[in-house]
Design a binder for this molecule. Structure first.
Ligand SMILES: [Fe+2]
Length: 237
């Protein structure tokens, strides 16, 4: 499996709090069948994002964990106007590796009124936005059909693995299944923050998705599509 969303870099945001935790998270993912993991530190009002220092940390982490799990740098990109402008100027400061794919996270408190224009600008600049965990966003929980409009504009959707297992509650679990039933999900990732509560285990959710829908669907969301993303290839709907 390939995990495109995780907070494994130590001491840079609210993810791994030490080198020990960072190493434990990658080791846990590897043991669970993950071959590639994208480290996605936050870029928001609380945490500054520095590509160079994050790259150095990623290399150090790769050295410490060995070659079993391949690490790639990405960003949990808060979709503020300032961030958006900077990404248009310097896309590979935030994308997953040097690909076209950019994770975007919406605020819990407001959706930018000009979001359609912002998405159009990204796709016009050959970037492919991937919306992170809409099933956990309080505004989109009340209006999930908005996501459908944005998917029609070329945006992809990433859901949280543990949303399917019920770790985020029944409401979030139901919404995750709503996205799956409506073919509005392209990839499932861990969004892991630690080796304990919000850990990087994907296999449990993969089993549930395979059982509820099909093995083919689970394979696409946990393997084929995230692998296409890190290889800068086209993602299947
Ligand atoms: Fe995240």
């Amino acid at each position: 499996m390939v995990d495109i969303h995780s907070h494994i870099l130590p001491m840079v945001d609210d993810g791994a709090e030490s080198w020990e935790v960072a190493v434990a998270m990658v080791t846990m993912a590897g043991g669970d069948g993950v071959t590639h993991m994208v480290a996605t530190p936050h870029a928001n009002y609380e945490y500054a994002y520095e590509r160079e220092s994050h790259t150095a940390l990623l290399e150090e982490l790769q050295n410490r964990v060995g070659k079993d799990v391949q690490l790639i740098l990405g960003c949990d990109f808060h979709f503020s106007y300032d961030n958006f402008e900077d990404a248009l100027q310097h896309p590979h400061r935030y994308t997953i590796g040097n690909t076209r794919y950019l994770l975007i996270e919406l605020s819990d408190f407001s959706v930018p009124p000009q979001i359609s224009n912002m998405l159009f600008s990204l796709t016009s600049n050959r970037l492919i936005p991937i919306l992170t965990h809409p099933e956990r966003n309080p505004l989109l929980q009340r209006a999930p059909e908005r996501v459908s409009e944005w998917v029609d504009m070329g945006m992809l959707v990433q859901l949280t693995a543990n949303a399917f297992t019920g770790k985020w509650g029944k409401g979030v679990q139901k919404l995750a299944n709503w996205y799956a039933e409506n073919q509005l999900v392209h990839v499932i990732a861990s969004d892991a923050h630690s080796a304990s509560r919000r850990n990087p285990v994907l296999s449990e959710a993969r089993r549930m998705v395979a059982k509820t829908y099909s093995e083919e669907f689970a394979k696409r969301l946990f393997e084929t599509n995230p692998r296409a993303i890190i290889n800068d290839e086209r993602v299947l709907g």
